[in-house]
Structures are given as C-alpha cells and as structure tokens.
Design a protein around this ligand. Sequence first.
Ligand code: NAD
Length: 367
Amino acid sequence: MGTDTKSYQIGVIRGDGIGPEIIAEALKVLDKAAKIYGFTLQYTELCLGGSSIDRYGVPLTEETIEKAKQCDAVLMGSIGGDPKTSPWYQLEPSKRPEAGLLGIRKALGLFANLRFSKLYDDLMDSCPLKESIAREGIDFVILRELTGGLYFGAHKTWTKDGEDMASDELLYSDHEIRRIAVKAFDAAMLRGKKMTLVDKANVLDSSRLWRKVVQDVAKDYPEVEVDYMYVDNASMQLVRRPSQFDVVLTENMFGDILSDEASMVTGSIGMQPSASLAEGSFGLYEPSHGSAPDIAGKDLANPLATILSAAMMLRYSLGQEEAALAIEKAVEEVLKTYRTADLVSDRDDVEQVGCSKMGTLVADALG
Ligand code: NAD
C-alpha cells in the first residue's frame, strides 16, 4: 500500500553542558508532534563543539559537515564549557568549541539569523519593562544579516603623520541584501505581515542600498506592510513600544546590538529560540542561550527555548505550520501552571519542575 507520509532527515547536535538534556526534551516533543500530525522524523547524530574535541581532537569534522548537508534541517543544543575550568579553553582559539560553531555556520551557508522575542502572558512578571508596556504584547523576530557588512569588510590600521589611524569597511551587494529580504518577507507572511527595515539611511550609502533593494523585493509581497526606521530610533522603540514590531530586518552590526537588547525585553534567557537560515529551506535551529555548565546534569535547565526552536524548524524548514503552532500553544498552556527554576515567580499557583518533566508536560499537552 502506498503512503504519502512526509519524512524528514534532521541533524541533531546534542552539544555540551545542558545541550544533551534540552535536546532530549525537544526530541520528545517533536516525536509526539510527528505522530499527531502524520509525518516522520529521522535523526542523524552530529558531533560539534566540546564533545567533538573529546572524540576527534577538533571542534568540527568534515564528516559532520557532510552529514549535516544531507539533512533537511539541524537542531542544536548549545556548545561550549566553562571557560575558566574546562580544558577546551587551554587550546588555541581556532581549536575551541566556538570555532566549531562558526565553522559549521560558514560551511552550511547560513546567512540569516532569526531571534524570536515573545513575552508569554504568564511570564509577564519576568519582563523588565513597565507592565503598561508589556501588556500591549511583545512578539517580534529580528532578522540579522550574518555574513556581510562591517565585520567582514577590510580592516586596516596605519599611521599617518605620526598619528594612528584605523578603518573598517561596510560592504553589501544587492544579492546579499535581496536574499535576506526575501527571508524577511517570507517570515512576515507567516506572521503578522509587517516588516520594519532598520538602517541608517540618512548617513550611510550601504543603508540606502538596503532600502532600494527592500523596496524592490516588497513589490512581490503586496500584503506586507513595510516600515523604515533609523537604528537609533529603533533601539529606543524596542523598549518604548515593542508591540509595534513584527519582523525586523537589519544588517549585521545593527542586528548584533539590537538582538541582545531584544533578548532582554522578554526577560528570560531560557525562553528565546533562534534560527540561522541558508538559501532554500535549510536552517540550523538552536536556543539563544549557551551551554550553562553551572547547571549541567542537574535536571535544572529550561528546555523551552530548544522546544520552541524545534517548532521554528517545523515552520521554516519543514513547512509543518500546524504542528509548529500546536507546540507553541502547548508551551503557553504548560506555563500557566509549571515553571523551571529560572522562571520561578512569587506566584504560589505555579509548580516548579525539572527539565525532563517540563518536556514531558509539553509533549502531553500536545494531545
Ligand atoms: P549561558 O547562556 O550558558 O548561561 C548564562 C546564565 O544563564 C547561567 O547562569 C545559566 O545557568 C543560565 N541559563 C542559560 N541557559 C539556561 C536554561 N536553558 N535554563 C536555565 N538557565 C539557563 O552563558 P555563559 O555562561 O556565558 O556561557 C556558557 C558557555 O556557553 C560558554 O562556553 C559559551 O561560549 C557558550 N555559549 C554557547 C552558545 C551557543 O552554543 N550558541 C551561545 C552562548 C554561549
């Protein structure tokens, strides 16, 4: 008998520290979602970071890259150890765990980084903003260009007339802007259909090119409302009225700064999923936080950022929107009653649970 069940190959990087614990919970939830929504997930284990150093002597191997390329998407826990005590940090920088992460991003052509900031109603008390602002709702994503701009332009230091000088080049091509603009508009179509380009077009030629290309791409997305905002204003608006944002698109350095600011407005490091996308539908999905070596192996980690990253993977790489939505709803439901230690509040109507129980609760809430 024929079957049209869709099957996907998922690369799984369990990583270091709390990585294996949070990934186990995300897989628990993914397996349940696959069963309910009628698709199949097959997992390819990939080794990266500290665990790869222990096993192969290097943080990233060719084998990992080749296997990752065969997958539809990659789900990653976090990598790295405690820089003060871990022997991985006795190695030269190019051999440390983080070099593996930079290496795999490059090898897989991941040029767009998405960081999602959402404040759940039941976590209102963890938001550092005034309640009147938080209650307007916070739910936006920042798309940061990852492989161009100031960080990748020519860096020069020289001396002129006895004085030290330095310069850094901010370079973008039409192609680099266009491919991430398409990702941003696609993301807006899956969300609130609003896109804000953040730039400094009153001063920078590169920003003016961003505007021109974005205006051009916008013609293919007539349903999306487009807004343009200078970066200095955007950094203020993110804390003044974050409810106005849906999809924020920006270049590398502005995105670096704004996405850290954005991670604070929801107040909780264990809740923020992220994605790095390549051309086509391939992406690498991971929580925004690190490997938290201080709580590793203690069943204390919050697995929700990883579970929500898995939901993003279903949405952006696998096109399983219904299953993604169901996971997000399940997380919202569970947070009404249960919290991991990092989210504990003064409320006496919530129960503290460990990492493993939290994963089970979300999987159970799915159906
Ligand atoms: P971190 O995010 O790991 O931890 C900061 C604090 O937040 C710690 O107190 C930790 O216990 C807590 N925390 C983090 N995630 C949590 C979770 N899911 N649940 C509960 N509490 C959580 O940052 P750090 O301590 O600066 O870095 C530790 C290691 O992680 C370093 O080796 C660093 O290089 C690495 N790192 C990796 C990534 C990545 O894999 N993408 C990102 C950032 C840091």
